[in-house]
Design a protein around this ligand. Structure first.
Ligand SMILES: Cc1cc2nc3c(=O)[nH]c(=O)nc-3n(C[C@H](O)[C@H](O)[C@H](O)COP(=O)(O)OP(=O)(O)OC[C@H]3O[C@@H](n4cnc5c(N)ncnc54)[C@H](O)[C@@H]3O)c2cc1C
Length: 266
């Protein structure tokens, strides 16, 4: 690992100011992705600005319409939060299935979204729930946030402060996980809203999280496992790697969607 400086930020403005003044500095969340990249010499930041002690990034607020989670809240705290469990159980369950205990104790929502690993779980919830990513300077709709593999709409010095998740009528997340890392080989987040609209977000299957329009239309017409299973997904833009072929992932998407619908229906 290269030498670097470490600073602990006490507020968002200070953290952004430091990053803004030094293009080689980077925000540090739980370090679960960034420190690994540094050890592999894929990243060489001059300074790490630790944002995990900023009080404004550590809060969780829950009401009947919205669950707002601070960017520095770790996965374990989302999983264990009784209000999230009661209001948006799909989000708590998704967080509980990320990685292992150490990853969940350190990894943060903001770090996961900024990193935008193509197999990460949170992007599916953000896109599936039509969430809003709140940064130090603007609000970014989920549909505009994820741009491609490890690529988001964030500016280099832009800090994620929180994410606002609308509370749907029902929702569920199902993933077929890689047994070594627990990352999603393919994961599906399904949400049905009070106005009858349905969103289906897929992670792990392509270069970036994406919405499955065919499944959304089918589930809007009939929110049943059978309707999901009847949809066929083309493998053309899906990933083939050592873990699974594109055809296998295409097969998994309706299967996992049907399981998610079953779970959402209770
Ligand atoms: C063994 C292992 C297994 C894992 N399994 C899973 C899994 O099953 N599912 C899953 O989804 N993930 C998994 N992860 C990833 C984990 O969820 C990480 O927490 C996540 O990818 C990065 O979050 P972090 O807080 O550690 O961010 P860091 O590693 O600290 O930072 C990642 C990137 O985000 C930036 N950043 C951090 N915070 C902010 C912020 N508030 N605003 C803007 N930019 C910011 C950093 O500058 C950096 O570029 C796994 C990781 C490991 C090591």
């Amino acid at each position: 690992m290269y030498a670097f400086d470490y600073q602990r930020a006490s507020d968002a403005q200070g953290a952004v100011k430091t990053i803004n003044a030094d293009p080689e500095a980077k925000f540090l969340g739980g370090g679960q992705s960034l420190l690994a990249a540094m050890k592999l010499r894929l990243a060489q930041p001059s300074t790490l600005v630790d944002v995990t002690r900023i009080p404004a990034l550590k809060t969780v607020q829950v009401d009947a319409k919205t669950v707002t989670v601070g960017a520095a809240v770790c996965h374990a705290d989302v999983a264990a939060n009784a209000q999230i469990q009661a209001t948006l159980p799909a989000l708590a369950q998704l967080a509980a299935g990320i990685g292992d205990r150490q990853v969940r104790a350190l990894g943060t929502l903001g770090g996961s979204l900024a990193n935008d690993d193509p197999a990460a779980d949170y992007p599916a919830a953000v896109l599936g729930l039509n969430a809003t990513v709140v940064t130090d300077r603007r609000r970014i709709a989920a549909d505009d946030f994820f741009l491609g593999m490890y690529e988001t709409a964030l500016e280099p010095d832009e800090l994620i402060v929180a994410v606002e998740f609308p509370v749907p009528q029902r929702a569920a997340y199902e993933k077929f996980h890689n047994p070594a890392s627990h990352f999603a080989l393919t994961g599906v987040f399904v949400a049905q809203f009070a106005d009858g609209s349905v969103r289906v977000a897929i992670t792990g299957a392509a270069a970036s999280v994406f919405r499955a329009g065919g499944l959304e239309d089918a589930l809007k017409a009939s929110f049943t496992p059978a309707a999901a299973r009847a949809v066929s997904i083309a493998p053309d833009d899906l990933n083939t790697d050592l873990h699974a072929s594109a055809a296998y992932r295409a097969h998994l998407i309706p299967v996992l969607t049907a399981r998610a619908v079953t779970k959402a229906l209770g």
